[in-house]
Write a protein that binds this ligand. Structure first.
Ligand SMILES: [Zn+2]
Length: 404
């Protein structure tokens, strides 16, 4: 077999062909390292003498549906120059794993297309082998993001699993990249991030976040000069929760079973943006029919749709007038969750209007959030928290986002 085939077909560089066999339906390719090319791993000298070696069987990418193994002896040598006795490193395989580097690359390539379970099954590898390869790749590529050029940050928290466990994410709002994943939520979760940010000497101008007190305090303390912005993504998330609270209490108070079901069933339609309601599926009509008999629900929905306009005002002054009028309407509604929302907005007035100085796009936070929701449904679940954090750090780069 030619060196060219060994290299281009199997990713084996610097070896000589010895034999080809068949074992249990798999091809076994025997190769060896040419004696005259063996060098001392410590000093590079060619003046070495063999001291045994280690037999290794490595998995390589398959051919024609058949699995391929490579048998090779990794020689151990004694050096006449520096006196070291060491194992020679193979160029085409890592020291520990039982796969060639070409096979590792192939596993990562497939990982971009499908889940860990699928890759493991298709290649007859264990779930852990595939996961470990992904983790190593993600760690190498994403575990220490450069923070120096950051100017606008977004802070978000996500619930993990079914318990009340959280992760806190920090995003670069310009690129959408997740630059930090911290354990838990609130000020404590951000501690390690501030440390790294200080070391990077980044000049942060603005931070987008939700209106919860914990993050506000933490950001004021760590970045006293940065503007705090309550962005559309976070404000509308809270508004949607208020609408859903109105809906749920109405649902619980319905005595008629059919009506209770209708109120329950309109949940997603209520939260959808009006322009996204699908006319072909009669979503507008269905929503109208569900909420029309219930004045509080109608009002909640209208105020939700209205609030979205806050970010589309001509100027900061217009926005201030808009906000004042919205708060007035919500306060006068007599519906508790809406009154509460009005209070929250009033309390965070400045940070809401600051959006007009830093018109942060909704895209990065929303996009990352959606991708994380999709990832949550993947089969690997939450068996490994560190791995999950790595996956989140890599999530924005579609090309490298490993699927499941
Ligand atoms: Zn040496």
């Amino acid at each position: 077999m030619s060196t060219s085939i060994l290299y281009h077909g199997f990713g084996l560089r610097g070896v000589e062909y010895e034999r080809l066999g068949c074992e249990d339906g798999a091809l076994v390719l025997g190769v060896r390292l040419p004696a005259d090319q063996i060098r001392c791993p410590a000093c590079g000298s060619a003046d070495v003498i063999g001291r045994g070696g280690k037999e290794r069987r490595l998995r390589a990418p398959g051919i024609g549906g058949k699995r391929v193994f490579v048998d090779v002896t990794a020689p151990r040598v004694e050096c006449h120059v520096c006196g070291a006795v060491r194992q020679v490193k193979l160029e085409f395989a890592g020291p520990k794993r039982r796969l060639t580097r070409a096979m590792e690359r192939y596993v990562l390539e497939l990982s971009r297309l499908t889940t860990i379970d699928d890759v493991a099954q298709h290649l007859h590898l264990s779930w852990d082998t595939v996961k470990d390869l992904q983790a190593e790749h993600l760690r190498r590529r994403f575990s220490k993001p450069k923070l120096k050029r950051l100017t606008v940050l977004g802070i978000d928290e996500i619930a993990v699993g079914k318990g009340h466990s959280y992760l806190t994410l920090v995003l670069d709002m310009k690129s959408g990249a997740v630059v930090f994943v911290g354990d838990g939520k609130g000020a404590d979760a951000l501690g390690p991030f501030w440390k790294r940010l200080r070391a990077s000497h980044a000049k942060i101008e603005a931070v987008a976040m939700d209106m919860s007190a914990a993050y506000i305090g933490a950001v004021r303390e760590a970045l006293p000069k940065a503007a705090i912005v309550f962005d559309r993504f976070h404000v509308m998330k809270l508004m949607n929760q208020a609408v859903d609270t109105v809906r749920r209490s109405l649902q619980n108070s319905q005595e008629d079973e059919a009506e209770r079901k209708t109120v329950k069933g309109c949940r997603w339609l209520l939260l959808k943006n009006i322009e996204n309601l699908d006319t072909e599926r009669d979503e507008q009509k269905r929503l109208q029919a569900a909420i029309e008999p219930h004045q509080p629900l109608c009002l909640a929905w209208l105020l939700k749709e209205e609030l979205r306009m806050f970010w589309q005002q001509e100027s900061r002054e217009h926005a201030a007038a808009f906000l004042e009028s919205w708060i007035g309407l919500a306060e006068a509604s007599g519906i508790e969750p809406l009154e509460k929302m009005a209070k929250t907005l009033l309390k965070h007035w400045d940070g809401l209007l600051t959006w007009y100085d830093y018109p942060i796009s909704n895209g990065p936070l929303e996009g990352t959030n959606n991708k994380i929701q999709t990832m949550k449904r993947q089969a690997y679940g939450f068996r490994d928290r560190e791995f999950y954090k790595l996956k989140i750090l890599g999530i924005h780069e579609a090309k490298y986002a490993l699927v499941g």
